[in-house]
Each structure stands twice: as C-alpha cells, then as structure tokens.
Design a protein around this ligand. Structure first.
Ligand code: ADE
Ligand code: ZN
Length: 319
C-alpha cells in the first residue's frame, strides 16, 4: 500500500498522457505532428527545461473545451488516488490557454467539474493554484489575474512557472501584491534552473509560503540555514530533475543531504506524463536509488500534509 500523501507540485497540463492527447485531438479535429503514441513518446527526451516546455505547450493544442479539462483532471485524480494521494494542490497555466483562444472560465469550470466530485469519486481533496508564466510580461500576469477574478472562489493561490533563467521573481512583485490583497496564497518555482538568489527574492519580494523545486538552495549555506530555521517547504520533484537534467542521475539527487540539513522537503511529480512517474513512483524511486529509510519516507509524507494549504481539521481527515 502506498503511503498516504499530499501532492503539492503538479501541473495538470503535465498529466496529459499520449493516449488522452490523441483521443482529444481526434475529438477536437486537431492534427498532432506525431504518427502515433509511440512516436510521441519518442519525443520525450529533454535536454533542459525549455526543451520540455516546447512540447508541453505544443500538446496543449488538444485541450479546448470544459469537457477536455474535466477528462484531463479525472484521469489524473484516478491515477493519483491509486498512488496514495489523499490531497492534491493542482497548478494550471491559464495564459497558455488564453493565448490559444480558450477562456480562463473554460479551464476553471472544466477542472472544477472533476474536482467537485473528486472526494466522492477518488477520495482525493483538491485545491487549484493559478500559475503565471514567468517568460510572459508582468502586464500579462496582471491581466490574467483580472480575468480570473470571477473564479477566485475556486482558486486557493497563485504560483509562478515556465522558463526560469532571466525571469527573476522581482518581475512579478505587483501581481503578487494584488494576489495577496485578494486573500490568495502564494508559491513560486525558484531554484530549479535559476540561482539561489531567485529563492531569496521569491521569499522576500513575492512573500511566498512554499518554494517549488528550490534545489539550488544547496549552493548557499546561509539560504539552507534560513529555509530550515523558518521551515519553508520545498516541493521537490526527483524524476523531473533527472529528465530535465537538473541532476545528472537520480543517485546524484541532493534529497538525502537536504533532509540531513533539516529542510522541510516534500516529494512530488511535477509533469508525471512526461517524466516517467506519478507521486508514489517518485517515492519508490528515491527509496530505491537514494536508500532512504522507512522513517525518512514517512517524514516526507508527513511533510506533504504539513506543507499543504489544508486547515488542521481537514489535514487530520486527509492523512
Ligand atoms: N511548467 C510545467 N512544468 C514546469 C517545471 N518543471 N518548471 C517550470 N515550469 C513548468
Ligand atoms: Zn513545476
């Protein structure tokens, strides 16, 4: 039985499996530039974050209607439940859909159809986190938050993702201030490919409560000490780091050193359709390759609930 856990770093668009991509392409009359699912899987060889993002954005062309987003979320929730996920805080990228003429309401209402029945159908509670694309402008992020205002009762917080290097958190100061004023929780990807300074900026300028990835904090002992002291959660994604070549091999992953340093680490799947595994696949991989003890695995699972945006009573029920 997989350990009960919360998944805190999961891009719903990154759960689009090749089979569903072809099914939605046929349903929507979209022509994919791949002969079949095997040919598509062949394209899953990434040099870095950008080479993955190119394919990730390309495949989104098949997501057009509320029903598509509902089917995508249902497929993820069924897989997550089978991997011991009891609670999922799910990222979505509205700008990537708006750019293709798909309204933010279509995305949110479609996802909500699946999320509303998730506890009943899959035993998984959920929250939605709206992510801004950091390689788009600050004005575009502000316009996206504005467009999402009618749906904020469905959205617990905001995040920041996409190509990191050259797009420091400070670029999004204003939109994060607006999000905080609207009562939204704040997280951001930082220190995946970008330098440790981006992690510090995300904390000090954007006021984030969690850091997504945060791997490169290990280059700064002062930052590690601060993150450990303040119990800032890091949502690590080991299989993603291998596939995007942030680490050379899983055996080189700093997770054991991060746990030893007293960091509040969690293990998540990021874009599981692309990176070879869902939540428990990541747990299994680190257990086997990094020789984590059973107690360390239980610590990771406990951390995932502690770092979630669940209220205390909800957290107790989910565990
Ligand atoms: N969008 C989807 N997956 C991502 C990742 N690992 N880093 C940044 N942006 C992303
Ligand atoms: Zn991510």
């Amino acid at each position: 039985m997989p350990l009960p856990k919360a998944e805190l770093h999961l891009h719903i668009e990154g759960t689009l499996e090749p089979e569903l991509a072809f099914e939605l392409a046929a349903r929507n009359g979209v022509k994919l530039p791949y002969a079949d699912t095997d040919a598509l899987r062949e394209a899953y060889r990434f040099e870095n974050l950008q080479s993955f993002l190119n394919l990730y954005y390309e495949l989104m062309a098949v997501l057009r209607t509320e029903r598509d987003f509902e089917d995508l979320a249902n497929a993820y929730l069924a897989r997550a439940a089978a991997q011991g996920v009891r609670h999922a805080e799910i990222f979505f990228d509205p700008q990537a859909h708006i750019a293709r003429g798909v309204a933010v309401g279509t995305v949110v209402e479609g996802l909500a159809r699946a999320l509303d029945r998730s506890e009943e159908n899959h035993g998984v509670s959920t929250h939605l986190i709206l992510c801004f694309l950091r390689d788009e402008s600050a004005e575009s992020a502000l316009a996206t938050l504005d467009a999402a205002k009618p749906y904020l009762d469905r959205i617990i917080g905001v995040g920041l993702d996409s190509a990191e290097v050259g797009h420091p958190p400070v670029k999004f100061r204003e939109v994060y201030e607006s999000a905080a004023a609207l009562g939204l929780r704040r997280v951001a990807h930082a220190g995946e490919e970008g330098p440790p300074e981006y992690i510090t900026e995300a904390l000090d300028i954007l006021g984030v409560e969690r850091i997504d990835h945060g791997l490169r904090c290990m280059e700064s002992p002062e930052l590690v000490a601060r993150l450990a002291r303040d119990r800032v959660p890091l949502t690590l994604c080991p299989l993603s780091n291998v596939r995007l070549r942030t680490v050379d091999t899983l055996a080189d992953h700093p997770l054991p050193a991060m746990l030893d340093a007293g960091l509040l680490c969690t293990v998540n799947s990021d874009d599981p359709a692309y990176f070879g595994g869902y939540a428990d696949d990541n747990f299994k991989a680190v257990r086997e390759t990094l020789a984590l003890t059973e107690e360390q695995l239980r610590e990771l699972a406990r951390n995932s609930f502690e770092a979630s945006f669940l209220e205390d009573d909800e957290e107790r029920r989910a565990r």
